[in-house]
Design a protein around this ligand. Sequence first.
Ligand code: PFF
Length: 471
Amino acid sequence: MSDRDSWISNLGFVLAAVGGAAGLGNIWRFPWLTAGNGGSAFLIVYLLVVVGIGVPGLLAEFVLGRCGRQTPTAALRSLTGSRWGSWLGAFNVLTTLVILSFYSVVGGWILRYTLVSPVGTYFGQPQQYFGAMSFGLEAVAFHLLFLGIVAAIVFFGISNGIERVSKVMLPGVVIILLGLAVWTATQPGTAAGYAFYLSFDAEYLAANFLSVIGPAAGQALFTLSLGAGVMLTYASYLDDNASLPRDTLVIAVSNTFIGVLAGLVVIPLLFSQGVDPGQGGPGALFVALATAFATLPGGELVATAFFVTVLMAAVTSGISLLETPVATLVDSFGVPRRRATVLVSVLLAATGSGLALTSSVFQFVSGTLADLMLTVGLFAFTVIVGWLLRGDALAEFRAGTARFEWLAKPWLLTVSWVLPVVVLFLLTNTLASLAGISVGLGGRVIIAVIGTVALAVVVRNGSRTDRLSSH
Ligand code: PFF
């Protein structure tokens, strides 16, 4: 294990983790979800979910990573002491492959928009341009290019590749976004956008809380990269001096800041150009925003700055997704890193190309399937940390810091009870709508509570039996 790569500095880890978290989820998904779900109402529920579920969940995943000091399959196998830990780790690896397959297709779109923005190729007919390039052979080509960039960085490893690139790209993202947000504020007609995004509408919130909580929670998991073992893998390269609660807070706050900042650029701009924010949907960035850029003075420059930012954010998230399967091959199968990078990239080149050719499968994979896999992953993590590790998890929480001591037990309580219930509730929502069954709110709550208690009992008994039989 001594030849395992590691972060050069804690700052490097934090920047890479924020870079991994802040990506298309923040700049592409967050603004259109917010716009389509009532603006400020969504923002508030989303912030609540990030604090209540996201932060404790992220900390749980970090605890698993540093406690296990290995990639998901080996770490979860040794932490659970059972073979189903390996299966869960394999499921995590599969999740990263599924997500990166579609992520790389969108990354390809972004790459293309970055290249053509200086000459405003899509300015004349944004809708048609997006329609013509989003799926098909050209989309395959740009997906491969994007994947190539990501693979080239992972090829060089944690300290030489990922840490170095994140240290440059993440500050770049923040600086350009800040500049764009200031520039947006100087544009005429943006006031309505700010009001929609930032003003607190208690009535709307009360009336729509239940319909907003699902997408807000899904977004919180996606944006923090929770449940895929990516954060687990990054934390496995940490040493005992790092304070996990402190790093978690810094990472969650920075990631949220980047999302909110992206909203401050995208939403007022859409309003200023009279583009209906709800109309955007997933195409918002490419169609609605492109329409806004096309009509603005100096639109080419602004568009280029914007897409360069999105591209950098997408690349740093892409490398976090590729690192997990690559590191698994390195750690568990002894494959040299460079060969592992090539092998996994070839696989992703194929799966991503499939998605770049079939929009219906792409829709399903990038929406329902990704959400479902992340939710299942996070549920399993909370069960392991909250019901199996317990004392060990607390020790890991405390290692490297005395400052957050008072939070240790409330955190474990949240991870043992609140998180599994909420996550199971979300899972029931998704599964019920997939199966076309309608389960009332009360029914979903009951399923979530009973499911959590039942699992807690099974896991505790299972681990006791394992311990007895190993004596
Ligand atoms: N958090 C990334 C984003 O917001 O773009 C997406 C992501 C990366 C999700 C890694 C899940 C993951 F494991």
